[in-house]
Write a protein that binds this ligand. Structure first.
Ligand code: GAR
Length: 229
């Protein structure tokens, strides 16, 4: 197969999405090679997972740079240069990037976000989804534009919000979908299957057919107030 695209995964914490990308990239046929895991925190749990798997890691501590985001990003880009990085996958990387950095990596940097964007950008997405009473929630993989959690959408997965959900149960349901769509979306980008048309991403992949619906509008006995039908 053609050359695999050398990809840096950027993390700040747990690194479960990073682990999903590493697992996918363990297949030599996967079009991206994870050539670097970079964290802005030395205590990010995900670093150990990458280290054990023999993936090169780097720590560029954002707090060392204070408010100087340009210097922080220059230090990260020095690491990218050392490792010949072509693509960036943000995986729970909790720093806002400058417009300059984002434009240098335009079309070559993806992010995963735990909501159906453009709903609920930013933090606390699951609590906000519960508070808003939405019936479907989910996750989005998108190319990164300068705004926070903005950019052309590559893939989304929706999950139902169930009456008994807590923030934790909803987060877990969404996270399982994150681990499914992120490896797929990075593969599409790495394989050159993504094109941009007027700010919209077109992906050469099989579209999912059918509708997602929750609750299901099927005829049937209605539950009574004590939960029995
Ligand atoms: C994930 O849920 C990811 O979508 C979210 O942080 C979590 C990181 O978990 N990212 C954002 O909120 C970005 N705006 P992980 O470290 O286990 O992958």
């Amino acid at each position: 197969m053609s050359q695999r695209r050398r990809t840096a995964v950027l993390i700040s914490g747990r690194g479960s999405n990073m682990a999903a990308l590493l697992a996918a990239a363990a297949d030599p046929a996967y079009p991206a090679e994870i050539a670097l895991v970079l964290s802005n925190r030395a205590d990010a749990a995900g670093l150990d997972h990458a280290r054990v798997r023999g993936v090169p890691i780097a720590v560029v501590e954002s707090r060392r740079f204070g408010r100087d985001r340009v210097a922080f990003e220059a230090a990260m880009e020095a690491e990218f240069a050392v490792h010949g990085i072509e693509l960036i996958a943000l995986a729970g990387f909790m720093r806002v990037l400058t417009e300059g950095f984002v434009s240098r990596w335009s079309g070559r940097m993806v992010n995963i976000h735990p909501s159906l964007l453009p709903a609920f950008p930013g933090l606390d997405t699951h609590a906000r989804a519960l508070a808003a009473g939405v019936r479907l929630h989910g996750c989005t993989v998108h190319l990164v534009s300068p705004g926070v959690d903005e950019g052309p959408i590559l893939a989304q997965a929706a999950v139902p919000v169930l009456p008994e959900d807590t923030e934790a149960s909803l987060a877990a349901r969404v996270l399982a979908e994150e681990h499914r769509i992120y490896p797929a979306a990075l593969a599409w980008l790495a394989a050159g299957r993504v094109t941009l048309e007027g700010g919209i991403a077109r992906v050469m992949a099989a579209p999912a057919a059918g509708a997602l619906c929750n609750p299901l509008p099927v005829p049937g006995p209605l539950p009574t107030s004590n939960g029995k039908s």
